[in-house]
Design a protein around this ligand. Structure first.
Ligand code: NAD
Ligand code: UDX
Length: 482
């Protein structure tokens, strides 16, 4: 089927009974948003504790709008269960939203997807559309088909559709209900039409007419666009999009190193580049590099896909190398600002892989703190949302303490390092911070402050891709002589 784009199709507005398997960042957000769009949703997870929490109406993740939306639809539009077979039987569409982590070869580990497909096959009771919501390599649709056949399910009983998810953590609900685009990779009209029906409230604009609709960039006049492609193309669209965004970040980070070498300013450079409409300003923030549960593994998985097909795509290896190097360079900056590290106390501002989330998976902040601890540093870490998650991977110890108060973390520290771009860290009381620190040194991996402002507040301030500024020792009594 050739690619087509529409923003008004979706003939019927009849609610669809949907089963979503996996209630993590993607599955839970999709389930609640489908309910918000008027569908009946059964959301399954094999984590009993998580399902019990959801049944009590408690959101297991930190995500804007999720608690209210969960409260609005719990036990009306959406129910949660561990019983996969019971949830599948009434469903017309089954969304698979389980994890696809990175395997040892770099390839996506599809064992969770395969386990779920086997369970679906055993619970089939009539025609259903199986939807790949998880990020998967190209041809996964064919593997799912084969797996269904192996379990004795006839071809006329199911179709596979790829419907990749582009939400970002922290803005997941808004991204889902106001998407830049909805991609549907379907190999026939029957299955594509069911997906059109599911997304009709967004593509016809019906949802945005509702008085309590979540406000955002889409509207009744400018509804969401839905693009129909083949399943293979849709699978590639997801990997290629994430790889391209990661590339954009690595590109600006490489330029930031050049800027630093010649005393230029990466923020001015990114502004000047981003004003070109062909480039655009987004994803041009230089810093510690990208992290999270998607970019690192998706770049690796896409690279593996290319290698399997004999395609030279070494560009992706460079994207990863630049990203890894960015953390090394930042660590070197800390060392050169503090001379030696063993026995020093550093306040680490940030644990989550980015702001507005409690997710610490593949967080550059966690990786950096590990290195500091290995170097004998005492770390006082703070984060507005991710302390609990961080403690699970880096338990508190004699060398590592956690506090939710950044000023307490900074108390008597030799320096602050800024690791996550939370607005709370961009709006600190700089005089108070200066007074708390033993030495007024801030090493900023997210470029949250203007160097001039930091110098005016008496700080030595080292950031990414911009000239460092140094505090004058006059005018500020030091707690300990240098
Ligand atoms: P997650 O780890 O937060 O959630 C996965 C959930 O699936 C878990 O709750 C787990 O208990 C459940 N699960 C695993 N096996 C199961 C089974 N057999 N039956 C029922 N439940 C099962 O993962 P996530 O971040 O939501 O990501 C899911 C997929 O979506 C991945 O492929 C990811 O790459 C993709 N994706 C993630 C994001 C994101 O921002 N997190 C965005 C777009 C796409
Ligand atoms: C990403 C994709 O953006 C989203 O479309 C996909 O569905 C899932 O993966 P997410 O991982 O939630 O979303 O976060 P994102 O906002 O993309 O940031 C990823 C990482 O890149 C973070 O560590 C962030 O700090 C970093 N980043 C982002 C930069 O370093 N510079 C930027 O300009 C943008």
């Amino acid at each position: 089927m050739p690619a087509s784009s529409d923003s008004s199709s979706g003939s019927a507005s009849a609610p669809v009974t949907i089963c979503v398997i996996g209630s993590g960042y993607v599955g839970l957000v999709a389930a609640v948003c489908f309910a918000e769009m008027g569908h009946r949703v059964l959301c399954v997870d094999n984590n009993e504790a998580k399902v019990a929490q959801l049944q009590r109406g408690e959101a297991p993740i930190y995500e804007e709008h999720l608690p209210e939306m969960l409260a609005r639809h719990l036990n009306h539009g959406v129910t949660f269960t561990t019983d996969l077979a019971a949830a599948i039987r009434p469903a017309e569409a089954v969304f698979i939203a389980v994890g696809t982590p990175q395997g040892s070869s770099g390839a996506a580990d599809l064992s969770y997807v395969e386990a779920v497909v086997s369970q679906i096959a055993q619970a089939m009771n009539g025609y259903k559309v199986l939807v790949e919501k998880s990020t998967v390599p190209v041809y996964t649709n064919e593997w799912i088909t084969r797996c269904m056949h192996r379990h004795g399910v006839a071809s006329d009983q199911f179709d596979i559709v790829s419907n990749p998810e582009f939400l970002r953590e922290g803005t997941a609900i808004g991204d889902f209900l106001h998407p830049d685009r909805i991609v549907v990779g379907a190999n026939n009209d029957r299955s594509a039409d069911l997906l059109r029906r599911i997304y009709a409230p967004l593509t016809t604009g019906g949802y945005y007419h509702q008085p309590n609709a979540l406000p955002g960039p889409c509207s009744a006049d400018q509804p969401a666009k839905l693009v129909v492609t083949s399943a293979q193309s849709a699978e590639i669209i997801k990997h290629a999009s994430n790889a391209f965004l990661a590339l954009k970040i690595s590109f600006i980070n490489a330029v930031s190193n050049l800027a630093e070498a010649v005393d230029a300013n990466i923020e001015d450079i990114a502004l000047g580049m981003g004003l070109d409409a062909r480039i655009g300003p987004r994803f041009l923030r230089a810093g510690l590099g990208y992290g999270g549960s998607c970019f690192p593994k998706d770049v690796a998985a896409f690279s593996w896909v290319a290698e399997q097909q004999g395609i030279d795509f070494h560009l992706l290896d460079e994207v990863r190398k630049i990203n890894d190097r960015q953390l090394d360079l930042f660590f070197d900056k800390i060392r050169s600002a503090l001379w030696t590290l063993r026995g020093k106390k550093i306040a680490a501002f940030g644990l989550a892989f980015k702001s507005d989330t409690d997710d610490t998976r593949d967080s550059p902040a966690i990786a950096l703190i590990r290195r500091l601890l290995d170097a004998g540093v005492h770390v006082a870490a703070t984060d507005p949302a991710a302390i609990e998650a961080a403690q699970r991977v880096l338990p508190a110890s004699g060398a590592l303490t956690y506090t939710d108060d950044p000023y307490a973390a900074a108390e008597d520290a030799d320096a602050v390092v800024i690791l996550t771009e939370w607005c709370q860290f961009a709006t600190l009381d700089l005089n108070r911070l200066n007074r708390a620190l033993k030495f007024p040194i801030v090493i900023d991996g997210r470029n949250l402050y203007s160097p001039d402002v930091m110098r005016d507040h008496g700080f030595t301030y080292v950031s990414v891709g911009r000239p460092a500024v140094y505090a004058s020792t006059q005018g500020r009594p030091r707690k300990t002589p240098l």
